[in-house]
Design a protein around this ligand. Structure first.
Ligand code: FE2
Length: 215
């Protein structure tokens, strides 16, 4: 018989979490006899208890019902795997430390694949005092513009939202090495590595498809 929850799932999850039947029962607010009944297949928790049962086991309701528990191994939670999701309708930007499922304006967003900039989207990085001045010589019309510039390192992200009729530029405090992203609403996401540290008095080092100038 197909049921929304199996005895094995409940027992397995309880044991994985090192809980006794009594401890789980207390967390859910039922008797230990009830838990024993669920685990021996002689009854199922009332549907109204599913949420508290999931909470007691430290998982989501979806994980409890499917028995597919996503343990947090922090595999994807890494800034170097930063993904950008952009809503094609409203321009909303969602950033995630890996793959995910996000929706906006009623449609599922797909992660943007970052490419090396072509000539029309070349990202220029100029050192100005302690900052990087990042600019793109690109139209900023309502139907075709650079919608954001972001600086991503292993430790953080700085995102500058840009708007039509404004210059396609951002000033970012020079920090550790990382990636600079620029997103064109028509042509997608472009990325270059941050410039290498410049020696005092030495000309800047050219990043791929970008240019660095020292003032
Ligand atoms: Fe473009």
């Amino acid at each position: 018989m197909n049921t929304y929850l199996t005895a094995e799932t409940i027992r397995g999850l309880r044991e994985q979490r090192g809980l006794t039947q009594r401890a789980l029962a207390e967390r859910v607010g039922v008797t230990d006899k009830a838990v024993s009944k669920w685990e021996s297949g002689r009854g199922l928790p009332d549907i109204s208890l599913v949420e508290s049962l999931a909470e007691a086991l430290g998982i989501s309701v979806a994980e409890l019902l499917t028995g597919d528990v996503r343990e947090n191994a922090n595999r994807a939670g890494n800034m170097t795997r930063m993904r950008f999701y952009v809503c094609p309708i409203c321009g909303n930007v969602v950033t995630a430390l890996g793959e995910g499922s996000f929706s906006c304006c009623g449609s599922t967003l797909l992660p943007q694949e970052a490419e090396e900039p072509d000539e029309a989207h070349a990202i220029a990085v100029e050192s100005v005092e302690d900052d990087w001045h990042i600019s793109i010589d690109h139209p900023m019309a309502k139907d075709h513009f650079i919608s954001f510039i972001a600086y991503v390192t292993t430790g953080g992200i700085e995102l500058h939202k840009l708007y039509p009729e404004q210059p396609a530029e951002a000033r970012i405090r020079r920090g550790q090495s990382g990636q600079i992203y620029a997103y064109c609403n028509r042509h997608g996401l472009f990325r270059i590595p941050t410039p290498k540290r410049e020696r005092r008095g030495a000309p800047g080092v050219l990043p791929h498809y970008g240019r660095v100038e020292s003032r």
